[in-house]
Design a binder for this molecule. Structure first.
Ligand code: TYD
Length: 207
């Protein structure tokens, strides 16, 4: 049986994660691999409820929010991701621990505790590959005169972007930074290459 492979897509909002995720799942399926496509938050029935709680209209306290993401993740990893990997599937996932580190830890200012909570929630499960889809936040709009809200939104998007790039720099073997400001086909070519490298590495580890 082929070794399972855990591939995660990360990046700011609107960088094309869903398109790339779908393209990768299709290509691997065509190549005869069993593929499980999933997401956080909301990859399980409980996760869908937690996602609704997180996206709840009113203000959610940042620590409560971080714990809701962690609860979603713990349940998802235990009931979906680990069983799929054990069965030899490729798990292709939209967002994981790094999203919490960047959004809750960085942007919301909760720092390193968020990473510790997420590692505990997942019992230390690391992706074989994290694809960071990288794109300068809306370069056209950045060149225009922005009002205060637009400036804050742009600064936030850039902080998120730098957060993911910083995590990738920490562990280059397990990450691929892919320029997402191109045609989906070109982006996918890099995504697929990185996946094949990760697959070879995982096979070597398993043998
Ligand atoms: P997602 O469903 O991936 O939507 P998008 O298309 O905007 O990427 O993620 C929803 C939001 O949840 C996104 O803004 C990032 C946020 N998020 C966190 O803040 N922390 C987390 O741990 C995760 C998984 C997501």
């Amino acid at each position: 049986m082929s070794a399972g492979l855990f591939v995660v897509f990360e990046g700011g909002d609107g960088v094309g994660k869903s398109t790339q995720l779908r393209m990768l799942a299709d290509a691997l399926g065509t190549a005869g691999r069993k593929v499980v496509v999933t997401r956080e938050p909301g990859g399980t029935a409980l996760g869908v409820e937690l996602r609704q709680a997180i996206m709840h209209g009113d203000h959610v306290d940042p620590r409560a929010e971080a714990l809701l993401y962690a609860a979603d993740r713990a349940h998802h990893v235990a009931t979906v991701v680990r069983p799929a990997l054990a069965a030899g599937a490729v798990v292709v996932q939209d967002r994981y621990v790094d999203s919490s580190i960047v959004y809750q830890g960085g942007a919301r200012g909760l720092g390193g505790e968020v990473e510790r909570i997420s590692r505990w929630a997942t019992d230390g499960l690391l992706p074989d590959l994290t694809v960071v889809l990288d794109m300068e936040p809306d370069p056209e709009r950045m060149s225009r005169d922005l009002d205060r809200v637009e400036r804050e939104t742009a600064a936030h998007a850039e902080m998120i972007r730098q957060g993911f790039l910083g995590l990738a720099a920490r562990d280059p073997e397990r990450y691929a930074i892919v320029d997402a400001a191109r045609e989906p086909g070109q982006v996918f070519s890099d995504v697929f290459k990185a996946t094949r490298v990760a697959m070879t590495r995982a096979k070597e580890r398993a043998s």
